[in-house]
Design a protein around this ligand. Structure first.
Ligand code: ATP
Ligand code: MG
Length: 428
């Protein structure tokens, strides 16, 4: 679990701003769920024989009433729970998103943390391939908005998991196939052979890649309806000239998916290359006790995207205050507070010096703050109800290097001074 220090947190904020604008452009509204849910919610939604539920959940008993609780390992189950609890689908389909920490007890490594963050996007009550394709297209737009996809460094893989009857027939074929090759299976695959054989296809064990590549393909077991849906998604991707690859072994690690699944993958992050993943989960709403409603969603790993963003050369931008206010003396200190608040009322950002010290040392701090100007208040200024203004940045060609301005005029004059300085610096 990581601390995110100011320089990095600023980068997160820049990222979040872009993400919010992007979601608004597609009509998604925010929702915020608690970080803790009853454990059975995840077991029911994600599936008992999955990496997450088998070994990655932080679960504990509430010391007061013994209730079994879990720190959320992902957001979809919580989101659907909230939607049902508040009967939100009553009014019709919903487009929702959230952002926040998720918790999984994993072996920490680059791009894999125990507290990590996701942006989750869920569309509930939509059945057609249009929403699947729109969600995929919106990811592509975000990569563009972030300037991430130079040279197509994030590629799209899609697959269809069909419906449960189709998966059942494929499963039978898959088990028969793996049983013929039992000696080539690793321990995990042996264990999963009869519980969740589909997940064997998702193995990261290089020794099993050949075996898995030659395994029966789920795509060959799809019925007409499933194929039609998959083709519908692909048609829109083609219309939008969005390149994609069908990966028949893309099965996703959670049980709730059906039909369309997709992942956005990059080679730039080593083994942890999936930056975004999702798909359709038409059965989940009913599985969690709601009236059946189709749905489709995806989640992005914020840490991985930010690593890519930094890799592309993006840096945090520290916004300096407009003014740094230095002061000395008791009357000056009290006046300084009034000045600072008045300027903030007028919309300026003001860093008020706290903690005393000589004018000289305070001016050093003013300079280091990156502020455009220093505001100076000593006994003289306090007595005259005025403030001395000293420009700190190059490019200021006002005749007065330092001028005294009366309190009443300060907000107006400060605007002009800062404006002319930015003008000279060419930053406006
Ligand atoms: P992986 O195969 O890498 O374990 P996953 O299938 O478990 O991924 P999802 O549950 O689909 O991942 O989560 C969506 C995204 O969240 C991932 O594509 C990834 O970007 C991010 N993510 C998942 N687990 C972690 C983690 N432990 N640390 C950082 N990011 C993660
Ligand atoms: Mg995982």
């Amino acid at each position: 679990m990581n601390d995110i220090l100011p320089a990095e947190a600023e980068l997160w904020e820049q990222f979040e701003e872009i993400v919010r604008d992007w979601l608004r452009a597609y009509g998604y509204r925010p929702i915020r769920m608690p970080m803790v849910e009853p454990t059975p919610l995840f077991a029911r939604a994600i599936g008992a024989v999955t990496d997450i539920v088998e070994k990655e959940m932080y679960s504990f008993e509430d010391a007061l009433n013994g209730e079994k609780l879990t720190l959320r390992p992902e957001g979809t189950a919580s989101c659907v729970r909230a939607v049902l609890q508040h009967n939100m689908l009553y009014e019709g389909p919903k487009r929702l998103w959230y952002m926040g920490p998720m918790f999984r007890h994993e072996r920490p490594q680059k791009g894999r943390y125990r507290q990590f963050h996701q942006v989750g996007v869920e569309a509930l009550g939509f059945s057609g391939p249009d929403i699947d394709a729109e969600q995929i297209a919106m990811c592509a737009r975000l990569w563009d908005d972030l300037g991430l996809n130079a040279g197509g460094s994030i590629r799209l893989e899609i697959n269809s998991l069909g419906q449960s009857e189709e998966r059942a027939r494929h499963r039978t074929a898959l088990i028969a196939y793996f049983e013929q090759h039992r000696e080539e299976l690793d321990a995990e695959a042996q264990r999963r052979l009869h519980t969740n054989p589909l997940r064997i296809l998702d193995t990261k064990n290089p020794a099993m890649q050949g075996l898995v590549e030659a395994a029966p393909r789920l795509l060959d077991f799809l019925g007409d309806e499933s194929i039609k849906h998959f083709e519908g998604v692909q048609q829109i991707l083609k219309d939008l000239a969005l390149p994609y690859k069908i990966n028949p072994r893309l099965v996703r690690g959670l049980d709730y998916y059906n039909l369309t699944v997709f992942e956005w993958v990059t080679d730039k992050l080593g083994a942890q290359g999936t930056v975004c993943a999702g798909g359709r989960y038409d059965g989940l709403v009913a599985q969690l006790g709601g009236k059946p409603a189709p749905a489709c969603g995806f989640a992005m790993g914020v840490e991985r995207l930010l690593a890519l963003w930094q890799d592309e050369g993006y840096e945090n931008e520290t916004l300096p205050p407009d003014a740094y206010l230095v002061h000395q003396g008791e009357a000056a200190g009290r006046f300084a507070f009034r000045v600072a608040e008045t300027l903030r009322d007028a919309g300026f950002s003001v860093h008020l010096h706290c903690g005393g010290g000589s004018f000289k040392s305070q001016m050093k701090k003013a300079d280091a703050s990156g502020a455009q100007i220093a505001l100076i208040i000593g006994d003289d200024e306090a007595a005259a109800n005025a403030v001395s203004v000293k420009p700190l940045r190059a490019g200021f060609d006002q005749p007065l290097a330092q001028s005294k301005i009366s309190f009443d005029e300060l907000a107006d004059r400060l605007g002009d001074i800062i404006f002319s300085m930015e003008d000279d610096n060419g930053s406006l």
